[in-house]
Design a protein around this ligand. Sequence first.
Ligand code: HEC
Ligand code: HEC
Length: 393
Amino acid sequence: MQKNNNIDKVIQKMTSSVIPACRESFSRCFGIRNRKKDCGQVGMTIYTFLILFLFVFQSSSYAGHFEPLKSIPVPKNNPQTPDKIELGKKLFFDRRLSGDGTMSCATCHMPEHAFTDGQDISLSYPTTKNWRNSLTLINAAFQKHLFHDGRAKSLEEQALFPLMSAFEMNQNLDFVEEELRVVPEYAEAFKKIFGGEVTRERIAMAIASFERTLISVNSPLDKYLNGDKKALSQDAKKGLEIFKGKGKCADCHYGVNLADDKFYALNVLENPALLNDPRVTATMRFVAKVYHYKDYKNLKEDPGRYLITKKKKDWKAFRTPTLRDISKTGPYMHNGVFNTLDEVVEFFNMGGGKGNKVLKPLGLTDNEKKYLKTFLVEALTGEDIVIKYPQVP
Ligand code: HEC
Ligand code: HEC
């Protein structure tokens, strides 16, 4: 992060002294449509230089830098096709995928809740309790690490986790393959799309293809970065400056997805249910046991990324989440302890949770907090993703 900050500072210094039009926003001049008009000849020369510079030091985004939405990363071995996306959509809404036939992926990732379930701690398989907040699937296609602790590396890999999870869909993969094979419509679709029969890998591939269509598009921030100065209100523009400046939010929330794909221990308070509700405690200890955490029987808090890496620095560290469509995805944080964005902004203003070594108090005024929230709500909300519920065979 330190290195990135330095690069950003160097670039900002260079651009602001040479090209007044670039002072306001670096990305407006570099990497966007109207750059010729905005920056002229000098700008173009520096632009070329910077591209080379960035190519050498930084392959994609870096702290503080925003990018308008661009093409979605798609793995070579699972190209997007309309038929596959349609099959994935059916599977996503199909309750056969859960052990007792009551739950589909959409149970906890509802289209009308921005693909979350709107609960602090997510819904769960009957008689059990989940232990973390359901993540939105909007823009999940951009994440390099999936889950709050980053334990899955691709949407294909991720999809089989909830299927098998005892407290989510509690399904047996051998069984679900047979269940789908006997449905002629599925058997034909898999044959047509994959050239073969139903397998767990292909189920995951189809669902992942559908998930890659859930993208937040045309937000005011994108329009603004693409040159439309009027796309943000005055208050949202002030909020953007605080986001990048005094608030330091863009140290971690940057790039296309406003997320750096890294992990930080901000020491968010535990959700009281973790210890007050024995079913939540049981789930936490079960997951810890699966991840070979020695003293799982006495575990009293969520170890975060530590469960995956067993590195001390990852104790209670969680992934920086996307902030796109953030006004629709509450409650917030890995355990949903904050119901409102005001609470989240106040959390960062106070310098994060007790004893954390990552954040410092910001000293934002009431107005600055208001602008910051306006930016989050107004600038980052994309077009509604309207899903026509499929006819499940
Ligand atoms: C019972 C509720 C529940 C069901 C059912 C469920 N999920 Fe989730 N999902 C969650 C929770 C909770 C998380 C976060 C868990 C964590 O990080 O430990 C999550 C995380 C995810 C993520 C990671 C997103 C990110 O940004 O990292 C993806 C992708 C996902 N789910 C897809 C699916 C798919 C596909 C299905 C169906 C096969 C499904 N989920 C079924 C609750 C559920
Ligand atoms: C050091 C990196 C870092 C900085 C700086 C930072 N964040 Fe975050 N942010 C995170 C992490 C990590 C989480 C997830 C924490 C968790 O789940 O427990 C998060 C969570 C959030 C969430 C909740 C997202 C959700 O879906 O639950 C919001 C909103 C947010 N940050 C906004 C901000 C704002 C506004 C600022 C500046 C005032 C800021 N962040 C500064 C790393 C950072």
